[in-house]
Design a protein around this ligand. Structure first.
Ligand SMILES: [Fe+2]
Length: 322
């Protein structure tokens, strides 16, 4: 148990220190509120008070714009698989110019048995070039023992799958020597199990010594499709684990909510982000747009609004906790 606790502290400590430095660097360019900076100097509750960095998932159609280092983009998340076979020079440039996070899609941490050795090797190589602040994957499986299913599938919240995920999360951290955060996914099925989803995530983080990447869009979509209260779900979660958020606009077809990653962020998602930032240690918020890319002016507006929402929420948390 000592080892597990040590790892949790390491995740929190590393992220807080790196974010503190990154925010200071971004103050001038991004216009982070002066009040927030003063508040940091006046108290040592720095994890709660730092305004989270706001950034984007790095995608090819955005590459040219991102290479101009727009002031609204404080940080980037790259998808490891996009750099498995090429792009090393680009990755080095991104690493030198942005706080970077490496997100994996295909390690399939929820599949019982050993992790796929080749995928793990490639992922580790990307991490060694990108030098990210942390790495992330999903609470999901993408392949069975025999077949690659090609998309993220939910894991039943059972004690057995908990052990599989804990073992794989530890192995991944050992290989990459980086803090790991794991992401909640959407699912059209509610799989029965031994634990509620938040309790499953709490135990996963406690036992593996990892953190959480909370996708607020996935949470809202699941809450609407399966008719549960997203705020009650959030209250069940141990807030100390949440280090990063994902957000992107949802879509609706025939009464079903979808995460097709192609729409602008809706108002209720901004509200949900405010709720989470006010009460957790979130260090970064990443907009995860994969298609229907709008003009960059529109992305700039969304990022600025996100920054404002985060700064206001952190101010509220300072008053609330201070
Ligand atoms: Fe996501």
């Amino acid at each position: 148990m000592t080892e597990v606790t040590g790892r949790t502290d390491q995740v929190v400590g590393v992220a807080a220190v790196q974010v503190a430095g990154a925010v200071a660097d971004q103050d001038v360019a991004a216009g982070v509120g002066e009040e927030a900076v003063v508040a940091v100097e006046e108290t040592d509750r720095s994890e709660l008070i730092e305004v989270p960095l706001v950034g984007l998932g790095y995608r090819q159609p955005l590459a040219e714009w991102i290479s101009t280092c727009p002031s609204e983009v404080h940080c980037l998340e790259i998808t490891a698989e996009h750099f498995f076979d090429h792009g090393q020079a680009r990755l080095e440039w991104l690493s030198e110019n942005y706080p970077l996070y490496v997100h994996g899609l295909g390690l399939s941490l929820g599949t019982p048995g050993p992790l796929d050795a080749e995928t793990l090797d490639q992922f580790t190589k990307v991490v060694s070039v990108a030098k990210p602040d942390w790495i992330s994957e999903h609470v999901a499986f993408t392949r069975s023992a025999e077949v690659d299913l090609g998309h993220l599938n939910p894991v039943a919240p059972t004690m057995r799958s908990l052990q599989t995920l804990v073992d794989h999360a530890r192995e991944l951290m050992d290989r990459c020597q980086k803090p790991l955060i794991l992401e909640n996914v959407t699912s059209f099925l509610r799989l029965p199990g031994d634990l509620s989803e938040p309790e499953f995530l709490n135990r996963l983080c406690d036992q593996a010594g990892c953190g959480l990447l909370l996708d607020v869009t996935n949470l809202l979509i699941n809450a609407r499709n399966h008719e549960f209260d997203e705020l009650a779900w959030l209250r069940e979660l141990d807030h100390r684990h949440i280090r990063q958020l994902h957000v992107v606009g949802y879509s609706q077809r025939g009464g079903v909510w979808h995460d097709n990653h192609g729409a602008a962020i809706q108002d209720e998602l901004f509200q949900l982000i405010a709720e989470v930032v006010q009460s957790t240690f979130v260090s970064a918020v990443i907009v995860e747009r994969d298609m229907n890319f709008p003009p960059t002016d529109e992305l700039r507006r969304d990022l600025s609004r996100l920054e404002d929402v985060c700064a206001t929420a952190r101010q509220r948390s300072v008053h609330h906790h201070g």
